[in-house]
Design a binder for this molecule. Structure first.
Ligand code: PEP
Length: 289
């Protein structure tokens, strides 16, 4: 089982990180309504290796930009492939924020194929995904690399979207929260409380990504509450209450309203449905409970 292997490598750290979650009540008072207001919802569309041409990317960006006009107080980010970042930003005429799907932690040099955080910042990126499950599995990014990337994003005054979440085997073994704890403890190494407030955490159960399976709002809320409690232990309740925690995993127009109604779900990271302007438009215009 993957976690068993993971635990072997982590060694004694697992005993610390897999400790039962600090519940909201055991780590201090619940967030006040002012603090909750400070967590402005954030919806991000991760286009992955899509679409095929710059013309299609511009058309999708224009459609999404149009849909944001009706949206409430929600931040909207699109995360296209690198070659489309500038054309997408221009097509959206400032209505959308843009983000990078990945980055490399070295500033510059002989690293063929790499894109630095300085480059992403210079073309106007606000966010950068760190540790997306496809980078962890297909491209074998380990937690050390993810930590270094996250550090580089912070150092260039952008905001990392740190993706964490368990595999199907880990979920079946009841280890979803333990996996999130391990990833948080390793990926956030050296991050201060003030820096933490600039990091978005995306809880993405790997078994729900691109599969059509979505965690129920109750399951997602329970993991988000755990993550917030864990951050309260790592930092403080004040810091934890400011962190935006997105849910990701087959979010659609049909599932978004119930997910967003949960108190600790502050937004969504959307893959497949973000490639359809009408669907993503409905997601960013989710109905408030
Ligand atoms: C993702 O890529 O982060 C994702 C959640 O994809 P999907 O919405 O297609 O599951």
């Amino acid at each position: 089982m993957k976690l068993a292997l993971y635990a072997c490598c982590v060694g004694p750290a697992l005993a610390f990180v897999a400790r039962p979650p600090a519940s909201s009540t055991s780590t201090g008072a619940r967030a006040t309504s002012t603090q909750l207001d400070a967590r402005k919802p954030l919806i991000a569309g991760n286009w992955k290796e899509n679409p095929c041409t710059v013309q299609e990317a511009e058309a999708l960006a224009s459609e999404v930009a149009e849909a944001t006009k009706q949206a409430g107080d929600v931040g909207v980010v699109v995360i296209p492939p690198y070659p489309f970042l500038v054309p997408v930003q221009n097509a959206a005429s400032g209505a959308l924020m843009i983000g990078g799907q990945n980055c490399y932690f070295e500033e510059k040099g002989a690293y063929t194929g790499a894109v630095s955080t300085a480059m992403l910042s210079s073309v106007g990126c606000t966010y950068v995904l760190c540790g997306h499950s496809e980078r962890r599995t297909v491209f074998r990014n380990d937690d050390n690399a993810i930590n270094r990337k996250l550090r580089a994003v912070l150092d260039h005054n952008m905001m990392p979207i740190l993706c964490i979440g368990e595999s199907k085997e880990e979920y079946d073994a009841g280890l979803n929260k333990a996996v999130c704890a391990i990833q948080l403890s390793k990926d956030l190494k050296g991050v201060t409380g003030e820096e933490m407030k600039r990091i978005v955490v995306a809880y993405e159960p790997v078994w729900a990504i691109g599969t059509g399976l979505t965690a129920t709002p109750e399951i997602a809320q329970s993991v988000h509450d755990y993550i917030r409690g864990y951050l309260a232990k790592m930092y403080s309740r004040e810091v934890a209450d400011e962190v935006i925690i997105q849910y990701g995993g087959s979010v659609t127009p049909d599932s978004v309203d119930a997910l967003m109604a949960m108190p600790d779900i502050d937004g969504a990271l959307v893959g497949g449905a973000s490639l359809d302007g009408a669907k993503f438009g409905r997601i960013i215009n989710y109905k408030k409970a």
